[in-house]
Design a protein around this ligand. Structure first.
Ligand SMILES: O=C(O)CCC(=O)C(=O)O
Ligand SMILES: [Mn+2]
Length: 201
């Protein structure tokens, strides 16, 4: 029996790279959101800029296959083993994105004061044109995109129970961010499924 709802995909054509947006991705999104909020091992991390150490303005949790190490702004994240719920969500993300993933970076934006700064998901272990599937649950937050060469800007609201798939050359030509929106009081969970190539030994 197929428990998944039918989803409609919208493709957003960009100057370089591809964005796909799927709506109504999970039949039980409210329950999944609550369960992830309660049960994932959320951690507060820090990043270092030279001598200065800053707390990351959101909570994070990294799950994946044992060899899916990930280095992120000088931070080495060791994956925790998949939970059965995250494995189910990975299967769903894989079927929509048409791609396999071996890890998921989970972000918890406690309210509109939490954010992720401008960046591209272009670290070497992600490979040349990474496919990243990003599931949003909870408060709607704005996904900002900026073209590196032309400065062109785009804004996309990421609603509860949507999956955004970034692919092609997107990470080479665009940076993205979820900027602070102080008026927002509700939390948002975002899961970014990724394929990390294990380091060569
Ligand atoms: O929360 C989001 O929608 C984006 C998160 C993100 O860009 C990341 O974790 O790399
Ligand atoms: Mn990102």
């Amino acid at each position: 029996m197929n428990l998944w709802q039918d989803t409609q995909a919208q493709q957003l054509t960009l100057r370089e790279g591809e964005l796909w947006l799927f709506e109504h991705v999970l039949p039980d999104a409210d329950e999944v959101e609550q369960a992830l909020h309660k049960t994932l091992n959320w951690q507060s991390g820090t990043v270092r800029f030279g001598q200065i150490e800053r707390t990351i303005p959101r909570l994070q949790a990294w799950y994946g296959d044992p060899d899916a190490f990930y280095a992120y702004s000088g931070l080495k994240l060791t994956p925790q083993p998949w939970t059965s719920r995250l494995t189910d969500l990975r299967t769903r993300a894989e079927s929509l994105a048409g791609h396999t993933f071996n890890s998921v970076l989970c972000n918890l934006y406690r309210d509109g004061r939490d954010s992720v700064a401008w960046h591209a998901d272009n670290e070497a272990p992600l490979g040349r044109n990474p496919v990243i599937a990003s599931l949003s649950l909870g408060a709607t937050r704005t996904f900002h995109l900026k073209h590196r060469q032309t400065g062109e800007r785009l804004k996309l609201p990421l609603h509860h129970n949507t999956l955004l798939v970034m692919k092609g050359a997107l990470q080479h030509h665009w940076v993205h961010a979820v900027l602070k929106e102080p008026g927002i009081q509700a939390p948002r969970i975002n899961l970014t499924f990724r394929k990390v190539n294990p380091p060569r030994s």
